[in-house]
Ligand binder design. Structure first.
Ligand code: SAM
Length: 267
């Protein structure tokens, strides 16, 4: 590296960088404020401003992201839109959000939409006359290239047309924006664990659903929808097919593959 009159080797640079940041660590945040007149916060805010949580349901993931951005990362300009096709879920989410600090509530919005077509959305309708989103009453579209981070947790396997939802994710993300999906997946790497998991899923869960919630059918559906969802590899291929770039294999297994996080970036 040529640093003006100094030429340093890679090892020297690594050492120097390590030394600099070790010695400034304590004063780093304060100095950044002073040196940039606070602008570094604005620049960082611009870096990640709009998160779209699709199939956001009652807001669990969205509230966690908002807390991380506003409180842990000191980045209060992050906004989160919670979108879901089901008004009952969103209404519960909206009620739960009233427990959040006012600044976080102000950074949240709730919209009704089908993830497969985000050109037709509308703000959460206050009247419960109809449970599901009706596209004929839609008022607006999520614009192209307007979102920094698109998240969908335990939602995508319920979609009727997953490729269409992936194409919409790609459309609304800015170039460089990230698609992140948490979903149940295949735990077939370890046969014994997989056999136990299958027993639990197909025998125990519907039974527990019947006994505890008096609703065997819904829990049977849950288990079957997980079984029908593509493998980690096949889902990664669908993400790539929709135009995303993936790093490495494109996913990370959680709890032996019971769930997996897939990520893709819009080039
Ligand atoms: N993301 C939340 C979480 O992790 O707690 C909620 C997950 S919940 C299991 C699945 C959600 O997907 C439901 O709220 C359901 O209404 C929503 N959903 C199903 N099909 C959808 C679609 N086509 N478009 C948008 N949301 C959908």
């Amino acid at each position: 590296y040529d640093l003006g009159e100094f030429t340093v080797t890679e090892a020297e640079k690594r050492e120097r960088v390590a030394g600099v940041f070790t010695s400034v660590a304590e004063s780093y945040d304060r100095m950044n404020d002073l040196m940039s007149f606070g602008w570094h916060r604005v620049w960082k805010s611009v870096t990640l401003a709009h998160i779209l949580d699709i199939a956001g349901g009652t807001g669990d993931i969205a509230f966690r992201m908002l807390h991380t951005a506003h409180v842990l990362n000191g980045n209060p300009s992050v906004r989160v839109t919670i979108s879901d096709i089901n008004r009952a879920m969103l209404t519960v989410g909206k009620q739960r959000s009233s427990q959040l600090p006012a600044s976080q509530q102000a950074a949240l919005s709730f919209v009704e939409a089908n993830a497969e077509n985000l050109t037709q959305t509308r703000p959460l309708h206050p009247y419960p006359e109809q449970a599901f989103f009706d596209p004929s009453t839609a008022t607006s579209s999520i614009p192209d290239s307007s979102v920094d981070l698109y998240t969908v947790a335990f939602g995508i396997r319920n979609f009727s047309n997953i490729p269409a939802a992936l194409r919409e994710a790609h459309r609304v993300l800015k170039p460089g924006g990230v698609f992140a999906c948490l979903e149940f997946s295949k735990a077939d790497a370890h046969p014994l664990f997989n056999a136990l998991y299958k027993e639990w899923s197909f025998r125990a869960i519907p039974l527990i659903g019947q006994l505890v919630a008096a609703d065997r059918d819904s829990y049977q559906y849950l288990v079957e929808s997980i079984e029908r969802f593509p493998s980690q590899r096949a889902f990664r291929d669908m993400i790539v097919e929709a135009g995303f770039a993936v790093a490495g294999q494109g996913w990370e297994d959680l709890t032996g593959g019971v769930a997996a996080v897939h990520k893709g970036m819009k080039p």
